[in-house]
Design a protein around this ligand. Structure first.
Ligand code: SF4
Length: 443
């Protein structure tokens, strides 16, 4: 039988899909090229924003239409499965996989094939170890989830309700996965967590993200280590020190700020102030001068006045992020903000604030990117984009596109930057690690 997985949302979902695919493949299921060819379709969902949930329902509608034409078993995994649970059976879904029950996917598929409507929302995270097979989407870069769940309870966020409380994997288990990846030719690893800086705290044995990065950097063959996503008050001095000192740890930090207004930050239940955040940026930049800092901002949070918004504008101007992910606030049922506050900023005003910040950030990006003109950056060649160009990232997570060839993928390359945009940079390759011409002459 063939399966197909459609993934929405964050990298942790991508990693969960890689695990589901690996488990199903080990059991003899084959990966289908499209949902039309599949006997089992799994939609791995995101509920963090209303838009993401709507996308899922659009996809589900298509798959259920397909179900009218041929026999296909439909499963839903991820945050919407947790949020809506058995209600999804009424829509025609056959099985549900909870966010902490990904390891149960084979059993659930088998039961669904036998005609049962089945769901598993229990916590099976203890079974989540390096030994589980994964069908990874890249041959040189791997996602490695190190902590599940989140204890932060930001008032707008549904994650703690659908992904549960923080639970870290044992460091030795994570390191074993990194060693296996290195043996398999992987060169880059990104450690993932909703709040990755909290990694190890629940283990109470001294484990921390800083220590994990330090140990993982000793694994031969692994060249670059990344981590996502950080939380300002959990970003420790120890972590800053490792980013600054360890040459294998990427010089980039994704540090969502969400708002520049202390009043709104408090309503968001974010446990810091604008001043604290800006001081933290200064501290990181002082220790790691080449660091690139990216962030997330939500506009139109309940009660956000023009004054609050201008505080955010001021923060964005002062912080000079290398990238800013902007989101328009949408209430998520079950969260504190949904219970306590009225969604009272008019939609047109939310859009105006969104566009204002987007334009501001574009100008900042262009100016920052100018410093790259004529520079030589070292990337690992990642893939070929739809426009035919190849691309890779430098240690600051800056994307550079260039003319390349398939054999370059996964290798280091030096690219001289020739053209600047507010987004990617464009350049010419001047050196590639172990160039094939070298291979040819040495046999
Ligand atoms: S830190 Fe806040 S925004 Fe991030 S996942 Fe946890 S509750 Fe959600």
């Amino acid at each position: 039988m063939k399966f197909y997985i459609k993934t929405f949302g964050c990298q942790m979902n991508e990693n969960d899909s890689e695990l589901m695919a690996g488990l199903l493949a080990k059991e003899g299921f084959e990966l289908a090229a499209s949902e039309e060819e599949a006997d089992v379709v799994i939609i791995n969902t995101c509920a963090v924003r209303k838009k993401a949930e709507e996308k899922f329902y659009g996809k589900l509608g298509q798959v259920l239409k397909l179900k009218k034409r041929k026999r296909v078993i439909v499963g839903v995994a991820g945050c919407v499965a947790e949020k809506e649970r058995e209600k999804l059976f009424e829509k025609g879904v056959d099985f549900l996989v909870g966010t902490r029950a990904i390891t149960q996917v084979v059993e659930l598929v088998k039961q669904a094939i036998a005609g049962e409507k089945v769901a598993c929302f229990e916590d099976h995270l203890d079974e989540y170890t390096h030994e589980l097979p994964k069908m990874r989407t890249s041959r040189h870069h791997a996602w490695v989830t190190v902590i599940h769940g989140c204890d932060r309870f930001c008032s707008y966020c549904i994650v703690p309700y659908v992904r549960g409380r923080e639970k870290s994997r044992r460091m030795e288990d994570v390191l074993e996965e990194v060693r296996e990846l290195a043996r398999g030719g992987y060169r880059e690893v990104t450690f993932l967590g909703q709040n990755v800086d909290a990694y190890g705290k629940d283990l109470r044995d001294g484990t921390s993200l800083a220590r994990l990065l330090e140990e993982a950097s000793k694994v031969e063959g692994i060249e670059r280590l990344w981590f996502l996503t950080s939380y300002p008050t959990d970003f420790s001095d120890e972590l800053i020190e490792v980013v600054a000192r360890n040459p294998k740890v990427a010089k980039t930090v994704h540090l969502p700020v969400q708002s520049g207004s202390n009043r709104i930050l408090k309503m968001m239940n974010r446990k810091y102030t604008k001043e604290y955040y800006l001081e933290l940026l200064e501290k990181i930049r002082k220790a790691v001068p080449e660091v690139s800092i990216t962030s997330d901002v939500i506009v139109g949070f309940p009660g956000e006045t023009e004054e609050d918004f201008m505080e955010t504008v001021d923060l964005v101007e002062r912080a000079r992020f290398e990238r800013l992910n902007l989101a328009i606030y949408s209430p998520r049922e079950g969260t504190l903000a949904w219970k306590l506050y009225k969604d009272d900023v008019p939609y047109e005003e939310k859009v105006r604030r969104f566009q204002f910040l987007m334009n501001l950030q574009k100008r900042i990006n262009r100016t920052l990117n100018e410093s790259y003109r004529g520079k030589v950056v070292r990337v690992i060649v990642e893939a070929q984009a739809d426009n035919g160009l190849f691309y890779g990232r430098d240690m600051r997570n800056k994307i550079v596109a260039f003319d390349g060839e398939e054999w370059m993928i996964g290798r280091f390359a030096d690219v001289v930057v020739e053209r600047i945009t507010a987004g990617p940079l464009y350049g010419k390759v001047i050196w590639v690690e172990n160039d094939v011409s070298t291979f040819a002459s040495t046999g």
